[in-house]
Design a protein around this ligand. Structure first.
Ligand code: FAD
Ligand code: DLZ
Ligand code: SF4
Length: 508
């Protein structure tokens, strides 16, 4: 009998149409899935994230067995567990004596490098297939990017609209405009009714995982329970239908809003399901477009949502693979302050940060504007080491995998790549936060004050950041107006702002 191939499937590759599964033969080949300590600990992931991945892996293995696959599944508490992908592949090679190893390209440079060493380590052919769950291949991204002075998401996105045909009328964008973002910045109102994501009761298999994660990872960040994430494809599809029916119509309008008591607003909370493979980006966009075409959702909502998926999600992945391994080391501003402890404890008087971090602890989720304009904005203004910021984001969010987290954190939110991904730093003072949220009403600081013991720290950190990095930022045309305002200030005002900021930074 022909020796089997060993098909190693990772915790974020839980898709029945995965390239390596399509290339394999259920009658001959063996699927290997393993829960390993190294993946849970290389950054200390949030308990809920570990539980989501293990529970979804176990349910996926069950579904593969039902579909006729032979699955060799290694649990974390297996006494012989080797603790790493390479260690477990070594054990599986000894058990099954495969003819070769077949994998789909992982989402992280570190893991791809490890896999590239397997040929030599095991003296076996190793085939790494392209991950075609993404809509833009590495080759296509490179050819789009080649020769461009600047890589801007908007132009990439238009290309992707043309290629996929989403929201197109022939060669023209639906409604005559490519982007309806200008309509998507409404501040929140008190009388909105938010549906929140669909929540699922853990079954016996998930409860087993929760028990193990609670015992093994008690000292990791975050609350394990209540645990309500979808852990199967069927549940994730139900979560998608719920989002389309209940939240999509208002997704666009309130995309940038933040409310203390509404953690999810009209966001989809689908990123973790997309990133581990329970949902496919094309399927999700098809359903969103259908909702628009049937009059269930307005164009600004459907376009805004589809842009995040075929635009931002694919764009950041292209940047990641194009720029790694050097990207993670970039530090345009030379920031080196350690991450303040309150990023782990949520113990801070700044109500916006307290709310965003508390929610992160409890849900392993924060929406985009909280990540970008609260925790990200603060870290950049305060001059925190971008690598420390990156490691925080990678560990605390259930949807965080390096291909998507790193460009968003290091590029978009910290501007540590000097403008490769975004055209200007996302820096803002208290006014912006006050306009887009209700955080300031419950804060011990006063958002209207710039100096004094009650002054909102964001107000002077903002100016201090611009002054500290004037040599790097003044030439940016998108900041010309801001520097004109700075220039018009009296010397003593500028000095008092910088003193106030220095006093605050000394307390961190
Ligand atoms: P929605 O607001 O409902 O958006 C719909 C979908 O669009 C998301 O599910 C997601 O798949 C996609 N999307 C939206 N914005 C982005 C983006 N900027 N990049 C890529 N995809 C996007 N997203 C991750 O999936 N994983 C991360 O680790 C991650 N880290 C981030 C770190 C920082 C500092 C910032 C500023 C953003 C980060 N994002 C990350 C992007 C974005 O914040 C999340 O995708 C989003 O908040 C997930 O919530 P949602 O599913 O409710 O999204
Ligand atoms: C994030 C994660 C965790 C916590 N644990 C596992 C695991 O035990 N087994 C596994 O196959 N995958 C896990 N993952 C996801 C991997 O870290 C992810 O596949 C790589 O980082 C590549 O994106
Ligand atoms: Fe945040 Fe300042 Fe508003 Fe307080 S006053 S919530 S610190 S922006």
């Amino acid at each position: 009998m022909t020796a089997p191939r060993l098909v190693h499937i990772l915790g974020d590759q839980l898709s029945p149409d995965l390239a390596s599964l399509r290339a394999a033969d259920p009658g001959r080949d063996i699927v290997l899935m393993c829960e390993v300590a190294e993946e849970a600990n290389y950054v200390r992931h949030h308990k809920k994230k570990i539980a989501l991945i293990f529970a979804a892996m176990r349910h996926f293995a069950d579904a593969l067995r039902v579909a006729g696959w032979q699955v060799d599944y290694i649990r974390l508490d297996d006494p012989d567990n080797a603790g790493s992908f390479t260690g477990e592949v070594a054990r599986a090679v000894a058990r099954h004596r495969p003819a070769s190893i077949l994998v789909t390209e992982p989402g992280e440079w570190r893991v791809r490098e490890a896999m590239r060493g397997w040929h030599e380590a095991f003296d076996l052919p190793v085939e790494i297939l392209e991950d075609d769950r993404f809509l833009c291949s590495h080759r296509e991204f490179s050819s789009w990017a080649a020769g461009r002075k600047q890589l801007r998401m908007e132009y990439f996105y238009r290309e992707m609209r043309r290629r996929t045909g989403f929201l197109m009328q022939g060669d023209a964008p639906e409604g005559g405009k490519w982007n309806y973002d200008a309509e998507n910045r409404k501040p929140p109102r008190d009388d909105l009714s938010m549906p929140g994501p669909l929540r699922f009761q853990p079954d016996a298999e998930t409860r087993d995982v929760l028990h193990m994660v609670g015992a093994r990872f008690a000292d990791h960040f975050g609350d394990l329970e209540p645990f309500w994430f979808a852990v199967t494809r069927q549940q994730a599809k139900a979560a998608l239908s719920h989002f389309i029916a209940e939240a999509l119509p208002r997704f666009g309008d309130y995309q940038d809003a933040m409310l203390q008591d509404e953690r999810f607003l009209y966001h989809s909370v689908l990123s973790a399901y997309l990133n581990i493979g329970l949902l496919g980006p094309l399927d999700v966009c098809k359903e969103v477009e259908a909702a628009y075409r049937s009059g269930q959702a307005p164009l600004n909502a459907a376009e805004g949502f589809i842009r995040q998926i075929i635009g931002w999600r694919e764009f950041v992945r292209g940047i990641y693979w194009r720029e790694m391994p050097g990207y993670v080391e970039r530090n345009f501003f030379g920031h080196d302050r350690p991450l303040p402890d309150f990023y782990w404890s949520a113990e801070t008087d700044m109500a916006c940060l307290r709310a965003s971090i508390t929610q992160t602890k409890e849900e392993a989720y924060a929406h985009h504007i909280q990540r970008l304009m609260i925790t990200g904005n603060f870290a950049m203004l305060a001059g925190i080491d971008p690598k420390a910021v990156h490691e925080w984001y990678l560990s605390v969010y259930a949807d965080a995998f390096e291909w998507v987290e790193l460009p968003n954190t290091l590029g978009m939110s910290q501007f540590a790549d000097g403008g490769l991904l975004g055209s200007k730093p996302y820096a803002a003072g208290g006014n912006y936060i006050n306009r887009m949220s209700d955080y300031c009403t419950g804060c011990r600081f006063d958002v209207k004050q710039k100096t004094g013991s009650d002054a909102c720290p964001f107000n002077t950190l903002y100016w201090d950041f611009l002054a500290r990095h004037e040599d790097r930022l003044r030439g940016n045309p998108r900041l010309a107006q801001v520097y004109r305002t700075w220039d018009r200030m009296a010397d003593e005002t500028r000095l008092s702002y910088r003193d106030q900021a220095a006093g605050f930074l000394a307390t961190l």
